[in-house]
Design a protein around this ligand. Structure first.
Ligand code: PGA
Length: 263
């Protein structure tokens, strides 16, 4: 036990994967694993983030699992409500489809898909206004880490959204620290390095909000069954955002089990 009172979260970020038949099989296998060896809801929050067109289908398929499993959108529009924005899905429309959770600020959206700070602020604001919970991702590049700027970059990314998060809305924020150099590369931050950054994030959050001590801070970047327990043992690591390993039911289950058993 790490002594943290924050319930861990383990969320699978499926990114632009997998084809429908594989997604269905993955969920069936995962539900079976939970059936055989339950992970209680009070031990760990579990969620999956599929592609947008699969959100409702995945949610329906998860409905008969032996515990609640959250369906998380990977993104949302910077525009609110409804209107002439071809291709966009707003926070309100996610909510209208009973989707209550959304990722914002993943490094792939920042680096490849052009989400600027202004766009991310609008997304966070829209999501919170619509009553969604935001998993807000932060993380430094390898160059920034090597230049000794990691902490400054990550804390700035958190400060970027403070203007649009009202005091009470911090209850609906989860932070995911994902060093860019560890995403999809097989390189995980060492538990010590990750813990050090998580402690800095916790300190930063506590200066921003009275709720700072209760905000879950997830680690992401090549989390696997082999490193999950060591990460889970760190006091300020309250869960994992899992990419590649969440596409395999057994790996994802083992990561959730590690966090559930350690915390
Ligand atoms: P990874 O991805 O686990 O495949 O490194 C994590 C993420 O991008 O959320």
């Amino acid at each position: 036990m790490s002594g943290s009172t924050i319930k861990p979260w383990v969320v699978g970020n499926w990114k632009m994967n997998p084809v429908q038949s594989n997604a269905q099989q993955l969920i069936e296998e995962f539900k079976q694993l939970l059936q055989q060896n339950p992970i209680l809801e009070e031990q760990c929050q579990i969620g999956v983030a599929p592609i947008s067109i699969a959100l409702q289908h995945v949610q329906q398929q998860l409905a008969d699992a032996n515990r609640s499993i959250l369906t998380v959108a990977q993104d949302l529009s910077r525009f609110a409500g409804t209107g002439a924005y071809t291709g966009e899905v707003s926070a309100e429309l996610l909510k209208d489809s009973s989707i209550e959770y959304v990722l914002v600020g993943h490094s792939e959206r920042r680096e490849i898909l052009g989400d600027t700070t202004e766009v991310l602020k609008a997304k966070v604001q829209n999501a919170l206004n619509a009553g969604l919970t935001v998993i807000y991702c932060v993380g430094e590049s390898l160059e920034q880490r090597e230049a000794g700027q990691a902490e400054q970059v990550v804390l700035q990314q958190i400060c970027d959204i403070t203007a649009v998060v009202k005091a009470d809305d911090w209850r609906n924020i989860v932070i995911a620290y994902e060093p860019i150099w560890a995403i999809g590369t097989g390189k995980t931050a060492s538990p010590e390095d990750a813990q050090m950054m998580h402690a800095k994030i916790r300190e930063g959050l506590s200066q921003i909000t009275a709720l700072g001590a209760s905000i879950a801070i997830l680690y992401g970047g090549s989390v696997k069954p082999e490193n999950a327990a060591d990460l889970a043992n760190c006091p300020d690591i309250n869960g994992a955002l899992v990419g590649g390993a969440s596409l395999n039911a057994e790996s994802f289950y083992k990561i959730a089990e590690a966090f559930a058993n350690t915390k």
